[in-house]
Design a protein around this ligand. Sequence first.
Ligand code: NAD
Length: 366
Amino acid sequence: MTESTSTFVAYPQRVISGPGVSHAALANEVAAVGGGPVLVIVSDRELPLAQAPLDALRDAGIDVGEPFTDVRPHVPADAAEAARAVARERGVRVVVALGGGSTTGLAKAIALTDDVAIVAIPTTYAGSEATVVWGITENQTKVNGSDPRVLPASVLYDPELTLTLPAGLSVTSGLNAMAHCIDSLWGPNESMVSTAYATEGIRALGQGLAPVVADGSDLAARARLQDATYLAAAAFSAAGSGMHHKICHVLGGRYDLEHAALHTVVLPHVLAFNAAAAPAAASRVATSLAAAGYGDGSDAVGALLALYDALGAPRSLGDLGLAEADLDEAAGLALEKVPASNPRPVTVADLRALLARAQAGDAPTA
Ligand code: NAD
C-alpha cells in the first residue's frame, strides 16, 4: 500500500438524538436489537436519570429486573464478571447502559464475551458508545482492545440527561471529545471520512462548550455537544489512537489520573508538538475553531488555547496528581507506545519536555 492509501470501515449502528429519546424511543430500540429480558447498567449516581427510561421499558412489558449498579472507573475485571453472571442468569439479549464512559465500558465487557446487543444512553461526552474500543482493568493494569462486537447496536443521545453534568465535567468531558477529533487527524488509520467527522466535531465542540458553561440548562448547546461527541468518537474509532491517546493511556493507567481532565491537559501540548509537521491537520483545527469564534483560522494552538481560556479549562497535570519525580518514567513508558505514523519523530527527551510543561501547567511549545 502507498502512503496515500486509507481504509474506512463503517459498522452498523442506529443513532437517535433529541430531547426525550432516552424514554420515548427506548422500548422500540430494545425490540429492534433483540428484545427482552434486558439488563440495565446504571451507577447509583445516575439512577435518578434512569427512572423514565426504566418506566418506559416496564410499560412496554419488557422484563428489566434489577438495575446493575456496581459501576466503577476503568471497568474492574471483577465488576465485569459479576455483570456477565447476572446477564447469563437472566438470559438477557440486550444490555441497556445509561451513564458515562465507565458505564458503557462495563456493557462492552459483557458484549466482548457474551452474545448481547447494547443500547447505549450516554450522559457525558466521553464517546465510548461510538467506538469499537473496550478496556478492562485487572491487577492495576488496563487492557484495551478493538472489537466490533462491543459497538452498541443503538445509541440514544438525549440532551436532557446531560443537564445535570456540572460545568467542570462538561468542560473536561467536552475536551476529551476534542482530543478524539484532533488525535484522529493524524491517527494511524486516518481517512477522508474520519477527518470529515473530526473537522465538524471540532467546530461543534467550539460552538457548544462556552454556552454550556454559561448556562448548563441550554438544551440546544447540550445537543450540539452530543452531535460533536458522536462525530469525535466515530472519527477516533476509525482512525485509531494517535500520540495523544497513547500518552494518556500510559499516564492514566500508571498514575491513576482522572480520564477527562487528563485528556484536557495533554491535548494542547500534543497539538503544539505536531502542528508544524501536520499542516493540513493544523489548518483544519484552526479553521474549525475560527468558525466557532476562536482565532482567525491561522493558528491552531492559539485558537485551542483561546477556547481553553474561555472555558477555564484545567492546564496542569501536577494539579491532577502527577509528580515531577514521575516524569522520567512517564516519558519512557509513553515513548514505547507512540505510533510510528506520528507526523514527526519523537524522542524520550521530546516527551520528557512535553510532559514537564504539562505537569507544571506551562504554555505548550513545539
Ligand atoms: P465516568 O463514566 O466515570 O463518569 C464521570 C463522573 O460523572 C461519574 O462520577 C459519573 O457518576 C458522573 N456523571 C455521568 N453522567 C452524569 C450526568 N449527566 N450528570 C452528573 N454526573 C454525571 O467518566 P467518563 O469521562 O464519561 O468516561 C471515562 C471512562 O470511559 C474511562 O474509563 C475511559 O477509559 C472510558 N472511555 C472509553 C472510550 C472508548 O472508546 N472505549 C472512550 C472514552 C472514554
